[in-house]
Design a protein around this ligand. Structure first.
Ligand code: ATP
Length: 436
């Protein structure tokens, strides 16, 4: 059992003067953030402690080091991992996940870290697959394939096999063009110990570890209220809010004690279905909640801090994704399942049945083709035979005709020369005919 790691990051004020003209401000002390009255005491109801708090001077490097690095390294060891940013619009989610020109965010740092770490892990070989998608208006769009739009949760996203950080970053850049709002970036990491061919038995070295790493940049949670959106934006806001509302509900439920919690509504939104392993499931998870320091955002910030406090109470059940004795892992659409003995047996029976059907099918097909070929050959021979028979009859006719002519000639000449030589005319015919 492992608690979700939750941090809060305060972005710098938009204008230098904005914080000095207000009556209250957020103060960061160690791992605690509190709302203070100017020249006054902290408001006790607005004081929260988290795993980490990053003030306005923090860098993406420090956020990555304290919040994401462990998850990325654990993913390379076979654990599922998720890191996502949550917060109101313009509070710094994209700055944290993607970064800026001068300060790369969690995603590019993670991608680079994955490949540099793999270099050092000389005892294992890795297969890294990347998919990149967004959830927009409660629909899943594949950002790597423009035609793959409005996918169902069970439909496969394109997974690109990659072998360098640059390749992944280029894919993200290309996918960015197709993007609307909220998105999920998913890396599937598969690894196997090297030199595992020593025995024909399934040794521990043959075990493949498959882990899924989700790096998620969520949309802002309050578009309708703050932007006065209408039309398409209103629809977007409605769906984005639905995803985030369900995410809030799931976190609320999970934060309650296991006895009270009851049904967890993961299935109520695409986002929570995808994040299910990260929330109360088998994954190491970090959430970075971004907040704005300005007084006009105090209510939103309170909401974000409440979300963060609840998330902090969630425990996940984290285990490495490799089959233990009697178990096998299968990966379907990025969701990893570990099969028990019974499930494995059933699966194998189905596979055998399927193979048998295929085998029977293919055998019958081969026989049918052979029969068809034999039939064709037979037909061909019969036609040839008919043709030859006709030719033979023609031949016989013309020979008989020729024989008759020769007989007549012979008879004539015999009558004429019989008295000269006394030769038997029929003998000449026979020899001639045999020579033709
Ligand atoms: N920690 C930070 N340090 C410096 N600048 C920041 C920081 N956080 C945010 N900013 C700046 O604040 C602005 C808004 O941030 P950002 O776009 O990341 O917000 P967001 O939460 O992703 O918004 P949205 O929900 O609209 O996508 C950007 O100009 C960004 O560069």
């Amino acid at each position: 059992m492992e608690k979700i790691c939750v941090a809060v990051r305060l972005r710098p004020p938009v204008s230098e003067n904005s914080s000095s003209t207000v009556g209250s401000f957020w103060k960061v002390e160690n791992n605690r953030i509190s709302l203070h009255k100017i020249h006054g005491t902290p408001l006790s109801a607005s004081s929260h402690a988290f795993d980490h708090i990053f003030d306005e001077r923090s860098t993406n490097a420090s956020v990555y080091g304290l919040l994401a690095k462990d998850i990325i390294h654990a993913a390379l060891d076979g654990f599922n991992g998720t890191a996502f940013a949550y917060g109101q619009t313009s509070s710094g989610k994209t700055f944290t996940m993607n970064g800026s020109e001068t300060d790369a965010g969690v995603i590019p740092r993670a991608v680079r870290d994955i490949f540099t770490t793999i270099e050092t892990m000389s005892d294992r070989e890795f297969l890294i697959r990347v998919s990149y998608m967004e959830i927009y208006n409660e629909e899943i769009n594949d950002l790597l394939v423009v035609e793959n739009q409005k996918l169902q949760i069970h439909e496969r996203l394109k997974e690109e096999i990659v072998n360098s950080a640059e390749q992944v970053l280029n894919l993200i850049k290309a996918g960015e063009v197709n993007r609307h709002f909220g998105e999920t970036n998913m890396n599937v990491i598969e690894s196997k110990a090297k030199d595992s061919n020593s025995s024909s038995d399934c040794s521990i070295n043959d075990v493949v570890r498959v882990s899924v790493l989700n790096l998620v940049d969520l949309a802002g949670s309050e578009r309708i209220a703050k932007t006065g959106a209408d039309g398409v934006r209103l629809k977007e806001g409605k769906y984005i809010n639905k995803s985030l509302m369900v995410l809030g509900n799931v976190i609320n439920k999970l934060s309650e004690g296991s006895k009270q919690r009851g049904h967890i509504p993961y299935r109520d939104s695409k986002l929570t279905r995808i994040l299910q392993p990260a929330l109360g499931g088998n994954a190491k998870t970090s959430i970075i909640c971004t907040i704005a320091p300005e007084e006009i955002h105090i209510e939103e910030t309170r909401g974000t801090l409440q979300f963060a406090s609840r998330a902090k109470r969630i425990t996940n059940c984290v285990q490495v994704n490799e089959p233990t004795f009697g178990q096998t892992c299968v990966l379907t659409n990025g969701i990893l399942q570990i099969l028990t003995d019974a499930a494995l047996l059933k699966r194998q029976q189905l596979e055998i049945e399927e193979l048998r059907k295929k085998l029977q099918g293919s055998h019958a097909e081969v026989l049918e083709q052979q029969i068809l070929k034999l039939r064709n050959d037979l037909l061909k021979y019969e036609m040839e035979r008919g043709k030859l028979e006709m030719e033979l009859q023609e031949e016989r006719k013309s020979r008989n005709q020729w024989i008759r002519e020769q007989q007549m000639k012979v008879e004539n000449s015999t009558t004429k020369s019989c008295s000269d030589c006394g030769t038997n005319g029929s003998q000449v015919h026979l020899v001639y005919l045999n020579d033709r």
